[in-house]
Design a protein around this ligand. Structure first.
Ligand SMILES: NC(=O)c1ccc[n+]([C@@H]2O[C@H](COP(=O)([O-])OP(=O)(O)OC[C@H]3O[C@@H](n4cnc5c(N)ncnc54)[C@H](OP(=O)(O)O)[C@@H]3O)[C@@H](O)[C@H]2O)c1
Length: 285
């Protein structure tokens, strides 16, 4: 057990499934009190039952039904969470989803909803707890973005934009909160085997799927490995967190050799197109 989390008060958005639930379970095992939120109540109930099974019997575990894109709702929930936990040490803004498709094929409402949930969801939540952290003179805010914020590929324009927006917000907020002894951190999850990824794959363009399968830079991670990496990274001094050699390579290449990295992803796209053509020819024979 890592004593850094024992007795800590944590709120996680989107804690009923996937990476958020993985983080909630890892923190509960470390002795933290955890409240999670999501929209589906039945999933929240199941997740809290799991937290109680692995967590400290003296810790507090609970849930709130919440849509993070609703600012008023988030503000009211924040007050309840602070009251229930008696303050807050760690806020994890994790909620989010991906919708993939060629830019011209996505309705305007898709672009707006992605921003509402992925970007404004994080903004609403962090602002709703900000004054509490300032009053305390302590606390940590963790934002989950995506490795697709390093760069975007075919079909991911709308999603990646919502994840890149988080980066700019987190960087600015980090400096503002520095004066109040509140840490702001930013994690870039890699492709992770979650219910969200399964839904995302349903309407992913065939060429995007093919490109991901053949990519030298893409690997599917388990929820546990990503959640554990996040829990290990939070107490360290680094603002940016990622997991796995594939994320490191993506970050390194796109930061230091952006033109070369773009050429690499373009060649992966062309390769995917050629493989798809071959497969389609074989099927039509
Ligand atoms: N999985 C990946 O490959 C991957 C890669 C990079 C980044 N990420 C990011 O990591 C985060 C977690 O992804 P995941 O794959 O674990 O997703 P997931 O399996 O779909 O779980 C998402 C969680 O967020 C909740 N949620 C979704 N919309 C919400 C809303 N409007 N208000 C409140 N809660 C909401 C969901 O519950 P309800 O549906 O009941 O609300 C669920 O608890 C997301 O921000 C995602 O963009 C994921």
């Amino acid at each position: 057990m890592n004593n850094k989390y024992k007795g800590k008060k944590v709120f996680i958005t989107g804690g009923s499934a996937g990476i958020g639930k993985g983080i909630a379970l890892a923190l509960a095992k470390e002795g933290a009190s955890v409240i999670i939120c999501a929209r589906n109540q039945a999933n929240l109930e199941k997740a809290v039952a799991e937290l109680k099974q692995v967590g400290n019997p003296e810790a507090v575990f609970g849930y709130v039904v919440l849509d993070v894109s609703d600012k008023k709702q988030v503000e009211s929930v924040a007050k309840d969470v602070i009251k229930t936990l008696g303050g807050l040490d760690l806020l994890i803004c994790n909620s989010g989803y991906a919708q993939v498709g060629e830019a011209a094929n996505l309705d305007d409402s898709v672009y707006r909803k992605l921003m509402d949930v992925n970007y404004f969801g994080h903004v609403n939540t962090s602002l709703a707890f900000q004054n509490q952290f300032i009053r305390q003179g302590s606390g940590e805010i963790v934002f989950l973005s995506s490795t697709l914020a390093f760069f975007s590929i075919y079909g991911y324009g709308a999603y990646a934009a919502s994840k890149q927006a988080i980066v700019g917000f987190a960087q600015g907020l980090r400096q503002e909160m520095m004066f109040h002894n509140v840490k702001v951190k930013l994690f870039f999850p890699p492709t992770t085997d979650t219910p969200g990824l399964a839904r995302e794959n349903e309407d992913k363009p065939a060429i995007t799927k093919e490109m991901e399968m053949g990519s030298a830079l893409n690997k599917v991670h388990s929820v546990e490995s990503v959640a554990n990496a996040i829990v290990r990274w939070i107490p360290n001094r680094k603002f940016i967190g990622y997991t796995g050699w594939d994320s490191w390579l993506q970050y390194f290449l796109f930061r230091h050799f952006p033109e070369w990295a773009i050429r690499l992803t373009d060649s992966e796209l062309r390769g995917a197109e050629a493989r798809l053509k071959k497969k389609n020819k074989a099927v039509s024979k």
